[in-house]
Unconditional design. Structure first.
Length: 186
């Protein structure tokens, strides 16, 4: 399974989130990859929003940046006013076969401190726009439903509809996990 797209709810305070300054959304660059890796690895260690069980190294993210750049697909970051990466999003081809060339899986991750402040919404809006401009027709969100209720709600607010539910297809932290598919036409 590829990365589970999500706006994780773990790390979100039980208090109402305070208004945060708007994040700047821009294309990811090589200098962002260490922060992206650190955000992602947090969820590898602590959550089922990704089914990866081993932390990723920088080479994985360098390859992803190169691959998405070569295929013209979006890889975005959200940063604060000081240039600190708060989260990232990308669209990666759904499958390698050429018939799938207009379909992609979307992925969104936020640093735990950035969740719950509208930054996932900003990343998803930018990713939808960039994906359409890249010529994609369909985006598919692959979400582990017990860990990502906020992500499911966000995707549904942006027109993603249920496209399938696979039961018991993953095991992480000794738990059997499902996968929910949501889909949106662009």
């Amino acid at each position: 399974m590829s990365d589970t797209p999500t706006v994780p709810q773990q790390g979100v305070s039980a208090q109402a989130p305070q208004a945060a300054p708007a994040a700047r959304i821009r294309p990811a660059a090589a200098e962002d990859l260490a922060a992206i890796r650190n955000i992602y690895n947090h969820y590898v260690r602590t959550s089922t929003v990704t089914f990866d069980e081993e932390e990723t190294d920088l080479a994985v993210w360098e390859h992803k940046l190169d691959l998405l750049g070569a295929t013209g697909l979006p890889f975005l970051v959200a940063e604060d006013a000081e240039g600190i990466v708060l989260g990232f999003a990308y669209a990666q081809h759904w499958r390698a076969k050429s018939a799938y060339r207009f379909s992609a899986e979307n992925t969104i991750y936020l640093s735990p401190d950035a969740a719950g402040r509208g930054r996932g919404k900003a990343l998803l809006e930018a990713l939808l726009d960039a994906s359409a401009k890249a010529g994609l027709h369909e985006l598919i969100a692959v979400i582990e439903p017990t860990a990502a209720a906020a992500s499911i709600a966000l995707h549904r607010r942006y027109g993603f509809v249920d496209a399938g539910h696979l039961k018991g297809v993953g095991v992480k932290f000794g738990r059997t996990l499902d996968v929910l598919f949501l889909q949106r036409s662009l």
